[in-house]
Design a protein around this ligand. Structure first.
Ligand code: IPM
Ligand code: MG
Length: 350
């Protein structure tokens, strides 16, 4: 029987309440399916670990995680730790260290889940966000710090290699889904990075002549995602544009409680990492009321990534059915149910 090792990193805040719920569901699926086993190992990394030990993740954390098939991350962030320290210490260390250059984010509307934005048709967008460089390139510094003449410089980094790879991934996905590819650009203003981005997008478009493409400026994209989100299919974007537009996108499908993501190394040289994209939510942490759907859906993405498609489909059906029935709803959905009750409802549906 196939056996997969999953590194569970609940992290901080609601992450701690959510990952065990997701684990229980994944274990149930492995029992029902019978064809694969999952072995979970927990890592205490996160901001509380930092407050105690001085680092978010052990210095040899990447070595410890390297042998796993996937990483199941809750969230990292804590009111007493600067946000960038939390992101640098774990999220970027893993995303960049394991060359998880694809950040795959489905924005899909489930029946029965309300959104403040009314859409004529179905929203089913797959965001392919570059995940290792671009605006998050990490080159820069603060010069003459704390003087009246202090200067901050943060340089964008766009390499041909990473840009080609992220676009290639988007085109291949569109080929599989028989859909189109939209490139998010800003070449009307960013005449170096985004003109380069467009050039490579044009090259890739020529390599996939059967796929319909369009380039849209990021500001216009923010508008069109509200006015006609049903027209988008696969969307490829740089790191920061993808970050912003996927939070926006989550609102179209019911909010961050319905927004999972995968940080993927397609070549499988390193483990890939799956997470809800909402963060640690300190305002509701500890109350047991966070919507676990994004985390459970991230678990579904793990199964899909491991090629356990029947189990992944079974889980997606269970999530969809529970939402469609509308009997169990967490506060973000306008209900009064708890994290546990939502998790149990999906478990029962399985
Ligand atoms: C995300 C998050 C992170 C990002 C934050 C926590 C640094 O917003 O995964 O979308 O910007 O990448
Ligand atoms: Mg984000």
């Amino acid at each position: 029987m196939k056996k997969y090792r999953i590194a569970a990193v609940p992290g901080d805040g609601v992450g701690k309440e959510l990952i065990p719920v997701g684990q229980k569901i994944l274990e149930k699926l492995s029992a029902v399916d019978g064809g694969f086993q999952l072995e979970f190992e927990y890592f205490p990394y996160g901001c509380e670990y930092y407050l105690e030990k001085g680092h978010i993740m052990d210095p040899d954390g990447l070595d410890k995680l390297k042998g796993f098939d996937a990483i199941y991350l809750g969230a990292v962030g804590h009111p007493e730790v600067p946000d960038w320290v939390a992101s640098d210490g774990l999220l970027y260390t893993i995303r960049k260290g394991f060359n998880q250059y694809v950040n795959l984010r489905p924005i899909r509307q489930l029946p029965g889940v309300a959104s403040p934005v009314t859409v004529d048709g179905k929203v089913n967008i797959t965001f392919v966000r570059e995940n290792t460089e671009g605006e998050y390139g990490d080159i820069g510094g603060i010069f003459r710090e704390n003087s009246s003449h202090e200067i901050a410089i943060q340089t964008n980094v766009f390499s041909r290699l990473a840009t080609e790879k992220i676009m290639d991934y988007a085109f291949q996905l569109a080929q599989k889904k028989k859909g189109s590819v939209t490139s998010v650009t800003k070449s009307n203003a960013l005449k170096h990075s985004m003109v380069f981005w467009d050039k490579i997008f044009n090259e890739l478009s020529a390599k996939y002549p059967g796929i319909e493409t369009q380039s849209i400026f990021a500001d216009a994209m923010a508008m069109f995602m509200i006015s006609k989100p049903q027209t988008f299919d696969v969307v490829v974007a740089s790191n920061l544009f993808g970050d912003i537009l996927t939070d926006l996108g989550s609102v179209l499908v019911g909010g961050l409680g319905f927004a999972p993501g995968g940080n993927i190394n397609p070549e499988k040289e390193f483990p890939s990492m799956f997470e809800p994209i909402h963060g640690s939510a300190p305002d509701i942490a500890g109350k047991g009321i966070c919507n676990p759907v994004a985390t459970i859906w991230a678990g579904q993405m793990i199964l899909e990534f491991l090629d356990e498609q029947p189990a992944a489909d079974r889980l997606m059906n269970a999530i969809t059915n529970v939402c469609a029935q509308g009997k169990v709803r967490t506060p973000d959905m306008g209900g009064t149910n708890t994290t546990q009750e939502m998790g149990d409802a999906i478990l029962a549906e399985l």
